[in-house]
Design a protein around this ligand. Sequence first.
Ligand SMILES: [Zn+2]
Length: 178
Amino acid sequence: MIKDIQVITGCMFAGKTTELLNRLNKTNQNYLLIKPKIDTRNINNSIETHDGVQKKAITVSKVSDVFSEIDNIQLIAIDEAQFFPASIIEDINYLVSKNIQIVVAGLDKDYLNQPFGYMQQIIGMAKSVTRLEAVCNKCSSPASYSHRITDNSSSQILVGASDQYEALCQKCFDSYSL
Ligand SMILES: [Zn+2]
C-alpha cells in the first residue's frame, strides 16, 4: 500500500497542532514528530498546543535531518511546516518513496495573507487537506486570517502566540487592510 500525504492547515489558533497530535494519538503506527528549529516557543523537545497538550518532538533544521532515524518508522508528522526550507518538498517525496505516511500541519498564509513557506506546494501534493478555522477575535465569526497585533518586525517569520497575533474573519481582516 502506498502511504499518502495529509495536510492540516488554516490560520493561527485554528487548532492545527491539536489536530496533528490527535491523529498521532489515534495511530498504531510507529511515528516521529518533528518541528523546525526556528520555533522558539518550545525550547525543549516537545510540542505544546495553545491549550496545553504536549508531545515529544525532534527539533530539526530540515526534514532530512531525521533520515538516519526512520528504519522502524511508518509515519512522520511535521508541525509548523511553513518554516522549513525548500528541501521539504524532495524530503517528503523521499519519505513517501520509503512507504512512510506523512502528516503535515502548518500555516498556508502569513499575517499579510501571502503564501507561507512551501505549504502551497505541499497542499498540491497531498491526498487529503483539512482546512481548519478559528474564531474571529473581533466578532466571533469563523476566522481564516492571521492578523499581527504588534508591529515591531517586518519579518514574515515572527513566531508567537496570543500576545502577537489574533485570528480574524475576512470582514474584520479587511477592515485593518484598508
Ligand atoms: Zn470578524
